[in-house]
Design a protein around this ligand. Structure first.
Ligand code: NAI
Ligand code: MG
Length: 348
């Protein structure tokens, strides 16, 4: 049956970049159905909640979700449960998307936008597989006052072996489809959770003899990511380390407007979104770079619809469009959001 794609465009530049991604999906001659629903500040305005039941229902029914961004300065004073950003956290929780994939790859001609030297930046082609539903973010939290009268805060770092196993499998599967190198990042020299992590990753490695596994402490990984990022293929790591390392890796490839992501559940259903936010500073001006959203659509094709060829075509079209010199202002050009989308369509 026809796959259903939920379009949750959201706020700020979310609708602007998502429109271009949808145009690209529609141009592919695949049999796809689209349905839109409000999310974030837009949904709060219309329905009094950032993640209304109809939107959550569509997200559950859909085969995949193309998400824009949420966040609206008009609602910054709202109590936390009603803030637009709660929508994305609520979706991740409700959908059980535990695996976050963030590829970081430099496109030809964008080396100058990187914070790294061009010859180092040119070599970047890696993906970070981050566990998204566990770790210190979701462990027990408390505040207390000690006997000595000092205020104390606690966040429990925890993983069980099933949680580590399922993300390790995503790491090995991802590496197996790439250059066959998986680097597991932990802090096993001091953390018990990391020792469990390492034990389980080594057990899972038995099922993937074709993948070369290595281990690295997170402090060293942070250093190697800026020293020699070209040495990494696939990185698998926990929620906290992955949060920090993936933001770091993203800056190595130039603009935040170039970086897509996927958040996958156990069945391969996913939510796909650019890593950037709603960018209120440029919203409504047609200046947003739609490449991250278009590349997120390519990930959707690859991971949720099993359309690897179509995904390859979209990624090649983005690269070709950029090579023709069509660049949005974040990349130093003057092309509009729509002109960038047009260039990708032309390259397709
Ligand atoms: P942001 O990613 O929206 O913007 C950071 C900077 O990057 C801004 O100068 C912006 O103009 C620029 N930028 C971002 N995307 C761009 C694109 N596609 N093309 C060109 N330039 C781009 O992060 P910020 O400003 O911290 O957050 C703005 C709002 O977005 C906040 O309400 C925040 O909570 C929300 N947010 C939502 C996310 C999501 O929906 N998953 C993720 C991150 C932030
Ligand atoms: Mg982050």
């Amino acid at each position: 049956s026809t796959p259903l794609i939920a379009i949750l465009a959201g706020d700020g530049i979310g609708p602007e970049v998502t429109a271009e991604a949808r145009r690209v999906l529609e141009a592919l001659d695949l049999d796809l159905a689209f349905e839109e629903a409000p999310v974030g500040g837009a949904a709060y305005r219309a329905h009094g909640h950032p993640l209304p039941p109809e939107t959550l229902d569509l997200a559950r029914r859909a085969d995949a979700i193309l998400f824009g961004a949420v966040g609206d300065p008009a609602f910054d004073a709202l109590e936390r449960a009603f803030r637009p950003e709660q929508a994305i956290l609520g979706l991740r929780k409700e959908l059980g998307t535990f695996a976050n994939l963030r590829p970081a790859k430099i496109f030809a001609g964008l080396e100058d936008a990187s914070t790294l030297k061009p010859e180092i930046a040119r070599a970047i082609d890696l993906v970070i597989v981050r566990e998204l539903n566990g770790d210190v973010y979701f462990g027990e939290k408390s505040r207390r006052t000690t006997a000595a009268g000092l205020r104390e805060g606690h966040d429990l770092m925890r993983y069980d072996e099933d949680e580590v196993r399922r993300i390790a499998r995503v790491g090995f599967e991802t590496a197996a489809k790439r250059r066959g190198k998986l680097c597991s990042v932990d802090k096993a020299n001091v953390l018990e959770t990391s020792q469990l992590w390492r034990d389980v990753v080594i057990e899972v490695a038995g099922d993937y003899p074709q993948v070369e596994l290595s281990h690295m402490y997170v402090d060293n990984a942070a250093m190697q990511l800026v020293r020699n990022p070209g040495a990494f293929d696939t990185i698998v790591t926990g929620n906290l380390f992955g949060d920090i390392l993936s933001d770091q890796a993203s800056m190595c490839v130039g603009s935040i407007g170039m970086l897509p992501s996927a958040s996958l559940d156990a069945a391969g259903k996913g939510l796909y979104e650019p890593i950037h936010g709603s960018a209120p500073d440029i919203a409504g001006q047609g200046r947003a770079n739609p490449c991250a959203a278009i590349l997120s659509a390519a990930m959707l094709l690859r991971h949720s619809l099993n359309e690897a060829q179509a995904a390859d075509r979209v990624e090649a079209a983005v690269a070709a469009a950029l090579r023709t010199g069509v660049h949005t202002p974040d990349l130093g050009g003057d092309a509009s959001t729509q002109a960038m989308g047009d260039a990708v369509l032309a390259a397709l």
